[in-house]
Every structure is written in C-alpha cells, then in structure tokens.
Design a protein. Structure first.
Length: 393
C-alpha cells in the first residue's frame, strides 16, 4: 500500500524506520506542514492509496487539518484517511474530532501515540463499530468518575435513621452490600407458572420498565409474558404505536415480548413458564393478587420526602408479607442506599439497588444480577414458546 505521512519532524523520525520494517507499506513522502498546497501535493504529486495524518501537525496559511480532510474527501473520495489522535487526554476534544471524522466517513482513528499501533490500523482498517466502542468505553470511565464523585458527596451527608423496628427474622451482624439474602420460604414451582408481581407505592419509579427488563432477561431461555394491570398504561403503549386498544384486548407482541391486559391473566398464565405482572400503583383491589404472586418486587423511591411511604407500609402491613417483598431502589447513590439498606436488612427485609438502564431491551448487567438473585429459588418450567397469534407493535 502506498501512503503519505502528514506529521511533524519528531513523528517522521520514528515513523520512517518503523514503516521500512513493513514490506506491505510503501512510504511515498512526508508533508511536515499543513499549508495552501498540501491537498494538491497529496492528491497530484503523491497520489497515494492512503494518507496518515497526525492531529498536532503544524498549520499555516489559514489551512487546518480538518480543511485538508474535507478537501481530500471531495477530490479523492476513495483515498483512505488514517487520523492519529494520539492518547486521549481531553475526552471532549476527542468526541468533537470523532464526530467530524465519522461524518466525513473516516473511521481509522488511532487513539495511541505508538507508531506500531498506526501500522496495525494501516493493515487492518477500523470500522464505525470500533469507534463507537471506544466512545462507549470513554463514556463509561466518565460515568465511574461521576458516580465516585456523587458517592463522595453523599458520604458527607447524614441520613435520618429509618423507623423500621419490628423484630428481625435474620441476624446479619456483618453487613456486606454485595451479599444478598433471600428471606422467603423456598417454594418448588417446577410444576406451575412462576408469577412475578411488581408494584410501587408512588408513581414514576419505573415499575413497567422493570417488568419489561425482567421479561427480556427471562425470554432468552424461557417462555414469558407481561401482564399490565393498569389499563391506562396498556392503552398508552398501544396509543403510542397508533393501535386501537379495542382491537388488541387479546394481547400484543411488543419487541418480542407477549403483552396482555390484566383481564387475560387467568386465561394465559398456563401458556408460559413465567408471567410478569405489572401492578403499577398498589391499589386496594390489587393487593390480594399481588400477595398471591410467587415473587414480589416493590419499586421504592429513596427521596427523603418519599421514603416514609415505604417505611409506613412496612410498619402497618402483615409481617409475613413485608418480609416476602423484595424492595428495589432505582436511581440511588450507593452510599445512600447502604445507609438505608442496613436498616431494611436488620429488620428482615430484602433490599436491592437498581442501576440506570435506559433501554429495557438490553437491561444492564447489574440489574440482571439483582433479578437473578431474587429469582434464584424458583425453577421456571420448560414451556414451548407460545405461538399465539398476536398483533405486533
């Protein structure tokens, strides 16, 4: 492959001896300065298969590296452009550069100062997926830093002790946030459909989102359906897809998951290995049905103005019931969750932290681990995937 290098003297000294060791690459020339005639020198004087451009090459005559890339794309659209950004110290600058480059169909973006890495990219072109993966990894690093910052801030806060004071059924003297306990009595459910009930005591805690996350996780190996008890939620789902709810009272298929209104629960539950019931707000007429579920999950708000709603429910409900419920806290800092969870565990209540998982069709690993812990005692029977003819939305 014939290439041209666009870089300063320091890079040239390292680059030239390295490229000589690669018999498949022929270095036609080096442009050590971006100026008015750089594009014509590359396209007309050298006319290479590919050009390697370093980010920090000196610029002159009002011409920039981005200008050269734009003009090369117009004059030689088939010419391969390999852009060496170098080690990523300024992530914001990298995101800007990556956006400009990918818009110009440049996906060979080297995030290293090692010349041998540049040689690898010359021989093995990168793809858009490679760039997306690099960006995702950098964003993940930012998320970790942000979470640690939040945790540090949260550690300095003092949270009020929770008034959960009924006798404990377990003695947890050594609290470990990564160790989760199951309090409810083991139930053998191999011969029946496992019914998983989700509810919340306040709006907007993510009850429906969580129901679909669990269903998506289970659907990889099991026949599963979601039943929505709140008719308004079911109607809104259909309304978003411009489908009349009157025509779909027998159920629909949403992103591969079978979804039914609650009126169909008794009729369809035997067709599936597991049914996830989204009860939404725990209204009086739903309490008996929620209590009868094999697995009970309650989505709880950790806000100081909401937590009393959950603790009052625990204080004034049947002891057996409140200890069977798995209390899940979404969108809560780890330090805050630890302080609350200690009180829950000391009183014999299961509590878990859920992470932000924007796309329910791809629930994050941390959430899946929580769901597996909650479900680990229950054997979901092997039922052939239901072939009910439902409308797809």
């Amino acid at each position: 492959m014939n290439i041209v290098l666009v870089a300063d003297k320091k890079v040239r000294k390292i680059f030239e001896p390295t490229v000589r060791k690669n018999p498949s690459i022929n270095l036609l020339g080096v442009e050590m300065l971006i100026r008015g005639n750089t594009v014509s020198r590359i396209t007309e004087h050298h006319n290479p298969h590919a050009v390697v451009i370093y980010r920090d090459v000196p610029e002159k005559d009002g011409m920039t590296v981005n200008d050269v890339i734009s003009f090369l794309r117009v004059k030689r659209p088939a010419m391969r452009i390999i852009y060496v950004f170098g080690n990523v110290k300024d992530k914001h600058l990298f995101y800007q550069s990556a956006e400009f480059l990918t818009e110009n169909k440049v996906f060979d973006i080297v995030t290293s100062n090692d010349v041998s890495r540049v040689m690898e990219v010359i021989d093995n072109p990168m793809t858009e997926d490679d760039i997306n993966r690099i960006i995702s990894e950098l964003e993940a690093e930012d998320a970790v830093v942000e979470e640690k910052t939040v945790e540090k801030e949260e550690d300095n806060k003092v949270y009020e002790e929770l008034a959960i004071d009924f006798p404990t059924v377990t003695a947890i003297s050594d609290f470990d946030i990564d160790r989760v306990e199951k309090i409810v009595t083991a139930v053998n459910t191999e011969q029946q459909t496992v019914v998983i009930g989700l509810t919340q005591l306040q709006h907007h805690n993510g009850c429906t989102h969580t129901a679909f996350e669990i269903a998506m996780m289970l659907s990889q190996k099991n026949s599963v359906a979601v039943v929505i008890a709140d008719n308004e939620t079911y109607d809104r789902l259909l309304g978003f897809h411009k489908i009349s709810s009157l025509k779909t009272q027998d159920g629909v298929i949403f992103q591969g998951i079978h979804v039914y209104p609650y009126s169909k629960f008794e009729e369809i539950q035997s067709l599936y290995g597991a049914v996830v019931c989204d009860f939404g707000m725990l209204r009086e007429h739903l309490k008996k049905s929620y209590d009868e579920c094999h697995v009970k999950i309650m989505l709880c708000s950790s806000a100081e103005w909401d937590i009393a709603v959950t603790t009052n429910y625990i204080k004034f409900s049947d002891d057996r019931l409140v200890r069977e419920i798995n209390y899940c806290f979404p969108r809560v800092a780890r330090s805050k969750f630890v302080k609350y969870s200690k009180q829950f565990r000391k009183s014999g209540c299961n509590s878990y932290r859920l992470h932000d998982s924007p796309d329910w069709t791809a629930p994050c690993t941390d959430n899946c681990n929580v769901y597996r812990e909650i479900l680990k005692q229950f054997s979901i029977r092997d039922v052939p995937k239901s072939k009910k003819k439902l409308m797809k939305v």
